[in-house]
Design a binder for this molecule. Structure first.
Ligand code: 0X9
Ligand code: ZN
Length: 299
């Protein structure tokens, strides 16, 4: 089992996933969301207590240096399997969960071993390396907040879905039926963002999504007083397109798509101390449980 007081290597995370599959053979299955440029599988777990359930997807670690994203996501997966809390148990039982803690495995390994502040994948582009995997999805590709220069941290790639990670993961996501929630987990800034990143117009179910999100952020704050700002990507953060959240909303028509920017609000930023893995995971799960209970009214 995992100790929650340290950030794990990719191998450590994948070994833990293998243990979970052994430990809960009737509930947990291993899934492969695709493959990275360097050929690593994008491993995940599916938690299912039976057929006929609607789906929740957690996509974490698309940005290599945001280590709290995989760590908190693993904590949440563990709670869904072992918590005694009735609300958590019910959320775990009533949905099919597709959880991908590290969707950018090459970048995570690079950040861990070579350069802590690495963000992109590791595909060589001329003499430079890496495409921002959250600018490479086929939704308003390259329109805002993205670069054509491979040296940039927001380099969008050579075309929409030019990267194996985004291309294969998007194909996997297309196969998931009845997806109600897609949660893209990043850090930092303590924000809950709803699509889209190319406009501040309240498109689609913006008002429901923001109202539900605000209440969930109230639930998040109860445990440790952590404050989040909720709103449209372009309004609360910045204009930026080609993200997974926008593609899932635009092309898969998932009703509730959120991007979490986890702790903190800048004191440590990406270098969030590992003592904060557990509290971040706890409060984030509180909010997810609240999200699911609220939106049942819409189902
Ligand atoms: O810029 C990003 O990709 C995310 N922020 S981060 O600091 N973690 O890099 C926010 C993504 C919001 N969604 C879209 N822009 N589609
Ligand atoms: Zn990010």
């Amino acid at each position: 089992s995992m100790s929650w007081d340290t950030y794990y290597t990719l191998d450590g995370i994948n070994n833990w996933i293998a243990q979970l599959i052994n430990q809960y053979p009737n509930i947990v299955s291993g899934i492969v969301g695709g493959y990275s440029y360097e050929g690593r599988p994008i491993l995940g777990i599916k938690i299912s207590h039976g057929p006929g359930r609607r789906a929740v997807v957690l996509e974490a670690g698309i940005h290599a240096r945001e280590w709290i994203s995989p760590a908190a996501t693993n904590f949440i997966a563990n709670e869904l399997l072992s918590s005694d809390d009735e609300m958590t148990k019910s959320a775990a039982r009533d949905y099919d969960w597709y959880i991908f803690p590290v969707t950018n495995p090459d970048g995570y390994v690079w950040s861990y071993k070579e350069f802590r502040m690495w963000r992109k994948n590791r595909r060589p582009i001329g003499v430079h390396f890496g495409v921002d995997l959250n600018r490479n999805w086929n939704s308003n590709w390259l329109r805002f907040g993205a670069s054509t220069n491979p040296i940039s941290n927001t380099y969008a790639g050579t075309g929409p879905f030019s990267e194996p990670e985004t291309r294969s993961l998007s194909e996997y996501l297309r196969t998931i039926k009845d997806m109600d929630y897609y949660l893209s987990i990043h850090s930092w800034g303590q924000m809950l963002l709803v699509p889209f990143g190319n406009t501040t117009e309240p498109l689609d179910n913006y008002h429901d999504a923001v109202n539900i999100g605000r209440r969930a952020m109230g639930a998040l704050s109860v445990r440790y007083g952590t404050n989040y700002t909720t709103g449209n990507i372009a309004e609360v953060l910045y204009f930026a397109t080609g993200g997974s959240d926008e593609w899932v909303k635009e092309h898969l028509h998932v009703p509730f798509v959120y991007c979490y920017e986890l702790r903190d609000s800048g004191e440590h930023g990406f270098l969030l101390p590992p003592e904060q893995i557990r509290p971040t995971g706890e409060e984030t799960l509180d909010s997810i449980v609240d999200l699911l209970f609220q939106a049942r009214r819409f189902g």
